[in-house]
Ligand binder design. Structure first.
Ligand SMILES: CC(C)(COP(=O)(O)OP(=O)(O)OC[C@H]1O[C@@H](n2cnc3c(N)ncnc32)[C@H](O)[C@@H]1OP(=O)(O)O)[C@@H](O)C(=O)NCCC(=O)NCCS
Length: 168
C-alpha cells in the first residue's frame, strides 16, 4: 500500500503559509517560530506532507525534558530507578490541518513521535504533553496517556515496550 503521508524534518522547502488547524496559536507557531526553535535546538519539528498534493498536513515538535519522579502515578514509577527526576521527551505541539483531520493523521504523528523518542540515542522513559484544553486532553487519553502532576492537562505515556497501532 502506498502511504498517503510522508513525515520529515521541517526545512525551508516546506510551504507553511496555508496551514490551518483551527487553533491560531498552533498555526502561528509553525509559520513564525518553529524554524527558529529548530535552529536554536530548542525543539525538533517534524511535518507530515500529503503525497498527492504536497500540502503540509500536520506537524509536531519534540524536546528533551525531565519530570519529578514523585509527580508520577505509582503504576508508572514501578519500573523506574529512584532518581529524583525522570528523563522524558516533551511533545510540545501537535496539530493537523483542518482538511486532514479525522483521517488518522493525528494518531500517525503521535506514533511517529513515540517511536522517535523510543529510538533516540538520548534515553527517555516517557512522552509528556500539556494538552491545551479538555478536548485535546481527551485525544491523548484515548491514546493511553495518563494524567499526572499538579498542573492541569498534563499527561504522560511510558514508552518502554511501546507498539504503535497505526490507522493509516
Ligand atoms: C487533536 C488533533 C491533533 C487530532 O488529530 P486528527 O488527525 O483529527 O485525529 P485522528 O483522525 O488521528 O484520530 C485518531 C483517533 O483518535 C480519536 N480522537 C480524535 N480526536 C479526539 C478527541 N478530541 N478525543 C478523543 N478521541 C479523539 C479519533 O476518534 C480516532 O479514533 P479511532 O482510531 O478509533 O478511529 C487534531 O484534531 C488537531 O490538530 N486539532 C487542533 C489542534 C489541537 O487541538 N492539538 C492538540 C495539541 S494540545
Amino acid at each position: 500500500m502506498i502511504a498517503r503521508f510522508r513525515i520529515e524534518l521541517l526545512s525551508g522547502e516546506h510551504n507553511r503559509s496555508a496551514f490551518s488547524c483551527g487553533v491560531l496559536a498552533l498555526d502561528r507557531y509553525l509559520k513564525e517560530q518553529a524554524s527558529q526553535d529548530v535552529r536554536r535546538r530548542a525543539a525538533s519539528c517534524y511535518v507530515a506532507i500529503d503525497n498527492s498534493s504536497d500540502s503540509l498536513a500536520g506537524y509536531y515538535t519534540l524536546s528533551a525534558a525531565c519530570t519529578p519522579l514523585n509527580e508520577l502515578p505509582a503504576q508508572l514509577t514501578k519500573g523506574l530507578p529512584r532518581y529524583p527526576s525522570v528523563p522524558v521527551a516533551l511533545l510540545g505541539r501537535l496539530a493537523v490541518d483542518a482538511t486532514f483531520q479525522g483521517c488518522g493523521l493525528g494518531a500517525t504523528l503521535l506514533a511517529d513521535a513515540t517511536l522517535r523518542a523510543l529510538r533516540s540515542e538520548v534515553a527517555v522513559a516517557a512522552l509528556v504533553v500539556t494538552a491545551k484544553d479538555e478536548q485535546a486532553e481527551a485525544f491523548y487519553r484515548y491514546h493511553n496517556f495518563l494524567n499526572f502532576g499538579s498542573l492541569p492537562h498534563r499527561l504522560i505515556l511510558p514508552i518502554a515496550g511501546y507498539k504503535p497501532v497505526l490507522s493509516n
